[in-house]
Write a protein that binds this ligand. Sequence first.
Ligand code: GUN
Length: 283
Amino acid sequence: MAVIIDGKSLAKEIRENLKKEAEKLRDKGIIPHLAVIMVGDNDASKVYVRNKSRACEEIGIEFKEYLLPSTTKQSELIELIKKLNEDKKVNGILLQSPIPKPLNIQKAFNTISPEKDVDGFNPYNVGNLCIGQDGFIPCTPLGIMKMFEKYNIDIDGKKVAIIGRSNIVGKPMAQCMLAKNATVTICHSRTRELKKEVKDADIIISASGKRNIVTSDMVKDEVVIIDVGMNRNDEGKLCGDVDFEKIKEKASYITPVPGGVGPMTIAMLMENVIKATKKQNNF
Ligand code: GUN
């Protein structure tokens, strides 16, 4: 029976420490400030942004939301980002993904000043992660690395299978694992034999968005399972990518959904905002 990795309580512990950091900054007259841009109407994004706003409030980070209509032009979005780049009060800028189809989100990410890029999606920060230089690391992979640290899970020399190749999770996750000397396999929708790729893995990180993509017969004994999925089951309840009930009997560690990776992602966003604020104020 696996140890259930408690992302919820680890995230709470991290937020409590960040609150103290924010208080120290406040004592020096510095108020950390996060600007969040949302374009169009997306129900999932609204929930994510509301959770980010609550976390900011708890920690003492000023939160400002910019809601743009779905008819927004690329040039208008870029203009807003440039304005926020220039604004000395703003320490972090986040453009909530997805944005409406005709707009190019990567071009928008490219415009966010690397010093304020708390999501780590600007190519400058992507590059820094690839070559092992300090910068901003995307929040989900960063949160997963914190879980490994907290639970003393060894990564060095281990076989890691990542399911999903997104710029938000899969690719930066692979870089984080590589930096810790893992042997990394990235699987995706065109992978021919998923079972063959994951069966031998010591650690499986699934970010596919497909319910039950990993079943008990696909994993080896004592595997470590990190589930980044956010899906709904037939009863409409939140669930991950893996068959949690069966795999937990076989794994050594497993993250639940909800209460695993999700809360860590938000805690890491808060950590990145505090880091940006400190850097910009030469702390
Ligand atoms: N949409 C889903 N996850 C994320 C995230 O981590 N950052 C941003 N900006 N948008 C997202």
